[in-house]
Design a protein around this ligand. Structure first.
Ligand code: BGC
Length: 280
């Protein structure tokens, strides 16, 4: 996924953006070549401050961006001029429902994020345009543009299986933002409590038992949305060998191809396409 600095025909300023993936444990970011989804230079990763208060996290994001810009501008053959790098837009995936740049929910991050005008505060702190979106939507954007959902017509549901259960719904490649299908009711409880990756260890389930619940969940989504494709992403998709054989839905199920990089690559897409990418 990493593209070397200084390889042939590096992307121009308009072909690059910075993506940031804000998770419960780390804030990760990179400059992304928007033609390919590849990183330009190295990914920067800093642990998420604890507690993950908005202003502390925004500071960390600023440091991530500074380090990315440093990589692009201080080489013997810089990828961008300092002025161009200063104008690179940033897109951030947050484990929250976001609307109009404001955070409306907080999953596995400090609850003081709720109501935080993230786009405004981040743009001010970083001195450049920033767009925020839901983390699963953002990862889904990258999968649909560059990964397992590329060129897919019809309805695609991307599931990010991790601490939470994130979902992104696409029709002919266009996102319907903030679907939050991880919280759909299943057997009288919030599905996420049974089907997120974290549920497997918390409930001490074998892969087979976890997969039975996950399969029920996919059947539920299938009955409600009649998708053409499920794409499984997030940390839980890395261990799909343990459960794919137990899935019985008719809809094709494939594994995300961008894995950990989807959040960053999708953030960059969001930065470029702004609200249009998130369907707003
Ligand atoms: C949240 C979603 C988020 C998902 C993955 C869920 O608990 O409600 O907004 O996308 O976790 O982080």
């Amino acid at each position: 996924m990493r593209a070397e600095l200084g390889t042939a025909a590096p992307p121009s300023r308009g072909e690059m953006a910075i993506g940031i993936d804000f998770g419960a444990s780390a804030v990760k970011g990179a400059a992304v070549d928007l033609r390919t989804g590849q990183f330009v230079g190295d990914r920067v990763r800093i642990l998420t401050p604890q507690p993950s208060l908005p202003r502390e996290v925004v500071k960390v994001m600023g440091t991530v961006v500074d380090r990315i810009v440093e990589q692009l501008t201080t080489r013997a053959e810089p990828v961008l001029s300092a002025a161009d790098a200063a104008a690179l837009p940033v897109g951030v995936g947050i484990p929250s429902v976001t609307r109009g740049g404001v955070v409306l929910t907080a999953a596995n991050i400090d609850t003081s994020w709720i109501g935080f005008p993230a786009e405004r505060e981040m743009s001010l702190a970083m001195g450049r345009p920033v767009v925020v979106g839901n983390d699963a939507d953002v990862a889904g954007l990258a999968e649909v543009r560059f990964g397992a959902g590329r060129g897919q017509r019809g309805t695609t549901i991307v599931l990010t299986i991790g601490t939470g259960m994130g979902t992104a719904l696409f029709v002919n490649g266009r996102l319907l933002p903030n679907t939050e299908l991880g919280h759909i009711e299943m057997k009288n409880r919030d599905a996420e409590e049974r089907v997120a990756e974290s549920a497997r260890s918390r409930l001490n389930l074998s892969w087979k038992d976890w997969a039975a619940g996950f399969d029920d969940y996919l059947h539920l989504l299938e009955r409600l949305f009649w998708p053409d494709l499920f794409i499984l992403g997030g940390g839980g998709s890395k261990r799909s060998d343990n459960y794919m054989q137990y899935l019985t839905v008719k809809t094709p199920v494939v594994i995300a191809t961008l894995k950990n990089n989807a959040g960053i690559a999708g953030g960059a897409l969001l930065a470029r396409d702004g609200a249009a990418a998130s369907g707003e």
